[in-house]
Design a protein around this ligand. Structure first.
Ligand SMILES: *Cc1c(COP(=O)(O)O)cnc(C)c1O
Length: 422
C-alpha cells in the first residue's frame, strides 16, 4: 500500500510505535464502549425521534427537538440541565455566558488552576482593559497559580478564606496552550472537596473543553456546579457545524439562559433552523470519535518519543483530554510538523500553513487544519504559538486510520527538511 510516500525507516518506527501502545488502545476502547452505551441509552430513555429533527424558524418557541437534545445532553453529563445551541458560537462564548450569567458586580472570580485559556483573558479584562469585560462590569478577579503544574489546594483554601467576595471558582480541565498536565475528573473532584471544605455556597465552574468523553464521567457528575464547552470539539462528534453547551445546576443554567438571550425570554427562544439532526447525530458519534482522536494522540506520542522528542502526556500516561503536546524544540521543526499535518488533511491539503497574528492570542500562532468544519479541532489539527519550547499542540482525528497517516506525514515533512535524525 503506497498512496503516500513515507520513508522506510519511518515506516518501521511507526510499526514499533503502534506495537508499544496496544495496552493503551485497549483502555481507550473500554472507555469508548462505556460512553457509547451511556449515550445510546440516554437517546432511548428520552425517546429521541425523527420528529425532533424538524427545523423551526423565527422565535423558535416550542422547538421540541432542541428541548429534548438539552435533556439528553444533561443526562449524559450527569447534570440537572443543559443549554446546547448552535447560537452559542464557540467555547469562549459558552464560558463567557457562564461567567456573565452567574457573576454580579461586587463578586469575585477565582481562577483556581492558574491563568485561564488565552481567549478568556480579554473576557476577564483584569490584566489589561478590554471593552465589555467582567472587570468593566465590576467583577473582581483573583488567580491561584499552579505549583509544578498541579492545583495548589492550600492556595485555594487561603484565597477563599481571605476573600468573602469570591462567588465562583474557575477550573480548567484541559491544558490549553500550556505544558501543564490536564486535570482528570478525579483531580477536579479533589478541588471540589477542597473548595466545599471552606465554602459550601461558592459556585464551582469547569471549562470542560477537550475533556468530554475522555473518561467515564464528567466534572458535573462529581460536584461541579456549572460546566461549558464547544461543539466543534469533542461533544459535536465532528458532525456539529458549530455550537456550544452549558450544563449543570438547574438554577445556574437558567441564569445563563437569560444572558444567552434576554432576561425573561431565556431558553424559550432560539430557533434551531434545522441544526437539531446534526447536533443529535454528532452527540451520538462523539464517544467513538473521541476514542479515535485519543488513539491518534497516543500513537503520535509513541512515534515522536521514538524519534527522540519529549511528549506530554507521554505515550504511556493516563489522559484527561485529547490534546497531545510534542516539544519540537525550534520554530523550523514546529512549522514543518504543521505543514506535514496539513498535507494529509482530506480538505485543503494543498495549502501551506504559515504563522500569523491571530486575534485573542499574544504570540504568533501557526495552525494546521484541513477540516470539513472550519476551525474544528475534533478533526485532526495542530496549532502552536511560536514561543519556547516550541511545543506543538495537536488534537483530533475523526478516525484513527486517517489520523495515523497525518502524523506520519508530519514526521515525513520534518525528515524531508533535514530536521529529524534517524
Ligand atoms: C478551545 C478552548 C477554549 C475556547 O474555545 P473556542 O471554541 O476556541 O472559543 C477554552 N478553553 C479551553 C481549555 C479550550 O481548549
Amino acid at each position: 500500500m503506497s498512496f503516500f510516500e513515507v520513508d522506510a525507516r519511518l515506516q518501521a518506527l511507526s510499526d514499533k510505535a503502534l506495537a508499544n501502545v496496544q495496552d493503551m488502545f485497549a483502555n481507550i476502547e473500554a472507555v469508548t464502549e462505556y460512553n457509547q452505551q451511556k449515550v445510546l441509552s440516554a437517546f432511548i430513555r428520552h425517546k429521541v425521534s425523527e420528529s425532533h429533527f424538524a427545523a423551526t424558524t423565527g422565535y423558535g418557541y416550542g422547538d421540541r427537538g432542541r428541548d429534548v437534545l438539552e435533556e439528553v445532553f444533561a443526562d449524559i453529563m450527569g447534570a440537572e440541565d443543559a443549554l446546547v445551541r448552535h447560537s452559542i458560537l464557540c467555547g469562549t462564548h459558552a464560558i463567557t455566558l457562564s461567567l456573565f450569567g452567574v457573576l454580579r458586580p461586587g463578586d469575585t472570580l477565582l481562577a483556581a488552576t492558574g491563568t485561564p485559556y488565552d481567549t478568556l483573558i480579554g473576557v476577564i479584562g483584569a490584566d489589561k482593559p478590554s471593552s465589555g469585560s467582567l472587570t468593566e462590569y465590576g467583577v473582581g478577579y483573583r488567580e491561584v497559580a499552579l505549583i509544578d503544574g498541579k492545583p495548589d489546594l492550600n492556595g485555594i483554601i487561603t484565597a477563599l478564606r481571605e476573600d468573602p467576595s469570591i462567588r465562583m471558582v474557575h477550573i480548567q480541565r484541559s491544558r490549553g496552550y500550556d505544558l501543564r498536565p490536564s486535570l482528570s475528573v478525579a483531580d477536579i473532584e479533589e478541588i471540589v472537596k477542597t473548595v466545599r471544605s471552606v465554602r459550601e455556597d461558592v459556585i464551582i465552574f469547569t471549562d470542560n473543553c477537550y475533556g468530554e468523553f475522555v473518561e467515564k464521567c464528567e466534572p458535573t457528575a462529581v460536584g461541579v456546579d456549572l460546566m461549558a464547552g464547544s461543539l466543534i470539539k469533542n461533544p459535536g462528534g465532528g458532525i456539529a457545524e458549530n455550537g456550544g453547551y452549558i450544563c449543570g445546576r438547574r438554577d445556574l443554567v437558567e441564569q445563563c439562559s437569560y444572558r444567552m438571550t434576554t432576561p425573561g425570554l431565556g431558553r424559550e427562544v432560539g430557533a434551531s433552523l434545522g441544526h437539531n439532526r446534526t447536533l443529535f447525530m454528532g452527540l451520538f458519534h462523539a464517544p467513538h470519535v473521541v476514542g479515535e482522536a485519543l488513539k491518534t494522540a497516543v500513537y503520535a506520542a509513541s512515534l515522536f518519543e521514538l524519534l527522540g522528542y519529549t511528549c506530554s502526556p507521554s505515550s504511556q500516561e493516563k489522559r484527561a483530554d485529547i490534546i497531545q503536546a510534542i516539544c519540537l524544540e525550534n520554530a523550523e521543526a514546529l512549522i514543518a510538523f504543521c505543514q506535514g499535518i496539513q498535507s494529509g488533511a482530506p480538505v485543503d491539503a494543498f495549502v501551506t500553513p504559515e504563522p500569523w497574528d491571530m486575534p485573542g492570542y499574544d504570540n504568533q500562532v501557526i495552525m494546521a487544519a484541513g477540516a470539513f468544519t472550519l476551525g474544528s479541532s475534533i478533526e485532526l489539527s495542530a496549532d502552536a504559538p511560536l514561543r519556547d519550547p516550541f511545543a506543538v499542540y495537536m488534537q483530533g482525528g475523526l478516525n484513527f486510520h486517517s489520523g495515523k497517516i497525518g502524523i506520519l506525514l508530519a514526521a515525513q515533512k520534518m525528515l524531508h527538511n533535514n530536521l529529524l535524525h534517524i
